[in-house]
Design a protein around this ligand. Structure first.
Ligand code: KIV
Length: 284
């Protein structure tokens, strides 16, 4: 049973957030104290529990879900219902970390009204602490609308995987002076619209550093070098669950795919050889 705290103005007997649950103010404090903000993706309950247990303060239920869990070629087929389903599971596995739901393709681009209704479902139905959406100047009015309605928004500029077909693939953004200026303008627009932080994906280190120094909100980098306010990685890359290749921006901290194969092969051999179940796993 989680212990509960009462908050100022909250009537007795009404449950507040679980004790130890982080807030955006805590994240802001890390940023102001210049502590790197550690973030990672998760897509299910058991993984969220593991992430939460080591004190990582920010979990993104990324639409990378499409590739890592659902087996699609890119993030575009991910639906709102799939994303909400996985976000709710992650929230159930989390005690402290902030959980951000990643709004899928076409759930926020059609109109600000539709974006607001869809974003609200992450908070109301899945229990998320906020949402992420891709885009700079283009989506700033939508970010503004969501923030005005009380929905915390994490921005995302640079490589935008939902635009991979239009962009013709994944490539580092901001290598020309023109692109770098456009990215700075995007970052400013996201901040001015009220985002609490912005993901910088696939940017040269110097540009990500310049944006980080210019902004007054945290930048969370992936493939954007060490000068960002924090770092985010896709958990399957970190843990060696996805083996086809290691993205240039990732580092493998474990070889879980191999560990799982070894364990399953051992189980299979034991059953075939009559070694499992033994007396210990049997009932008399
Ligand atoms: O979907 C995702 O996992 C993301 C992160 C890589 C930032 O957007």
């Amino acid at each position: 049973m989680k212990s509960r705290t009462r908050h100022p103005g909250q009537p007795a007997g009404v449950a507040g957030p679980p004790a130890g649950k982080l807030s955006l103010r805590d994240l802001r404090r890390l940023y102001e104290q210049r502590q790197p903000i550690v973030a990672v993706t998760a897509y299910d309950w058991i993984t969220a529990r593991l992430v939460d247990a080591v004190g990582i303060p920010l979990i993104l239920v990324g639409d990378s879900l499409g590739m890592t869990v659902l087996g699609y070629r890119n993030t575009i087929p991910v639906t709102l219902e799939q994303s909400l389903h996985h976000t709710a599971a992650v929230v159930r596995g989390t005690r402290s970390a902030l959980v951000i739901g990643d709004m899928p393709f076409l759930t926020y681009q059609v109109s600000a009204e539709e974006a607001l209704r869809n974003a609200g479902r992450y908070l109301q139905e899945a229990g998320a602490d906020g949402v992420k959406l891709e885009g700079g100047i283009r989506v700033a009015p939508t970010i503004h609308r969501l923030v005005a309605a009380g929905i915390p928004v994490l921005g995302h500029i640079g490589i935008q995987p939902q635009s991979v077909l239009a962009d013709g693939g994944y490539r580092v953004h901001g290598r020309t002076a023109e692109e770098a200026e456009a990215l700075k303008a995007d970052a400013r627009a996201v901040q001015e619209a009220g985002a609490f932080a912005v993901v910088l994906e696939g940017l040269p280190t110097a540009l990500a550093g310049a944006i980080t120094r210019e902004l007054a909100i945290p930048t969370i980098g992936i493939g954007a070098g060490p000068q960002c306010s924090g770092q985010i990685q896709v958990i399957h890359d970190l843990l060696g669950l996805f083996e086809d290749f290691v993205p240039r921006h990732a580092r493998r901290y474990a070889q879980l795919a191999q560990a799982i194969r070894d364990a399953l092969a051992a189980y299979r051999e034991d059953v075939l050889a009559g070694r499992f179940p033994s007396e210990e796993q049997s009932f008399q």
